[in-house]
Design a protein around this ligand. Structure first.
Ligand code: ATP
Ligand code: MG
Length: 315
């Protein structure tokens, strides 16, 4: 999967909001890319655009080298599946699990006589007992509901899976189990995966590469290990410092500046108003306010869209 210069905008005129701004990234066959960033940074919109659920204003998305048109065919839609945030809300409360999955299996073109077995296979794949076939979503735990949503996404045998905050609503043990399940399934099915979460620690566990988003832009892109151990963008550093450490008070927000209005993002570097390096206070930092750092293109080893990145560390 490759994405080049992808832009998604909502609204018009003064209300135009660029939710995804010239994003480029690549996910090799069977690899996992993590996408992190605060609320409103454009993670879900990026995932929805790649899945073909929202039409981009510009840029290119390719799967296996083939350009995917803004209006996708049904078969292209099936190839890339999205398992999303708050699965409880996306499952119809009056439909038992077997019907929810049965409908997805039918939509994937499985003949009637094979559907029951296929539903059982899907339940088994996500490690749910088949005794839950008749259960209504309301009777399931958060972790079980999230697994049903994942099983539904698997029904069409996708080549590529996008998981949007699938672990965010879960408690610590259910989250760990879900992350392990994803890691195992990815090995088993060999899909490419995009794992979206505001939780950089969870992202690190499942991803090969990590992309860091802020106000629609990718500020950093590189191998997960390097991004977490030696972040090159000050924004990434603030995200890592905010990871709670057991027994310690979590670090507060990076500063007391109000988050910027996404309809009117700051000039220059979008992060300059909150940057803890405060290079803008130095004469050389004037360009943080006036010049946008070059947007990240794909294929670079570890890049940060910052005028003052630390030198690349050898790992
Ligand atoms: N359908 C829409 N119409 C107008 N604006 C939208 C729409 N969907 C998203 N936005 C805006 O686009 C920006 C990015 O939203 P998005 O949901 O992609 O962020 P996110 O990173 O997924 O946030 P969260 O962590 O809260 O899920 C936000 O400013 C949001 O308000
Ligand atoms: Mg989101």
């Amino acid at each position: 999967m490759t994405v080049d210069d992808l832009t998604v905008a909502f609204g018009h005129g003064r209300n135009r909001l660029v939710a995804v701004d010239r994003v480029s990234l690549g996910v090799p066959h069977g690899a996992a890319l993590g996408v992190v960033g605060e609320s409103g940074s454009g993670k879900s919109t990026l995932g929805r655009a790649i899945a073909g659920l929202v039409a981009p204003a510009g840029g290119e998305i390719r799967l296996d080298g083939r350009l995917l048109p803004p209006r996708r065919s049904r078969s292209d839609l099936r190839r890339i599946q999205l398992a999303f945030q708050n699965a409880g809300g996306s499952l119809s409360p009056r439909m038992p699990v077997a019907r929810i999955l049965g409908d997805a299996v039918a939509a994937a073109g499985v003949p009637r006589e094979r559907r029951r077995d296929r539903v059982d296979e899907l339940l088994e794949a996500v490690q749910l007992p088949t005794t839950l076939r008749d259960a209504l979503p309301g009777r399931l735990s958060g972790g079980q509901r999230q697994r049903v949503a994942l099983a539904r996404a698997l029904a069409s045998e996708p080549e590529f899976l996008i998981c949007d905050e699938v672990t965010s609503a879960l408690d610590v043990s259910a989250r760990g189990a879900m992350l392990n399940l994803l890691i195992r399934l990815r090995r088993q099915y060999g899909w490419g995966l995009i794992f979206i979460s505001h939780d950089i620690a969870a992202v690190r566990q499942v991803s090969d590469d990590i992309a860091v988003m802020y106000l629609g832009r990718t500020l950093e892109l590189g191998p997960g290990e390097a991004v977490v151990a030696a972040p090159r963008h000050p924004y990434t550093r603030t995200l890592i410092e905010a990871i709670p450490v057991l027994g310690e008070a979590p670090a507060g927000p990076p500063d007391d500046v109000d988050p910027p209005d996404p309809r009117h993002p700051p000039t220059g570097c979008p992060f300059h108003t909150r940057c803890p390096l405060r290079p803008r206070a130095e004469p050389a930092g004037a360009r943080c306010v006036t010049d946008e750092p070059t947007p990240i293109t794909r294929g670079l080893p570890h890049h940060a869209a910052c005028h003052f990145p630390p030198p690349l560390e050898r790992t």
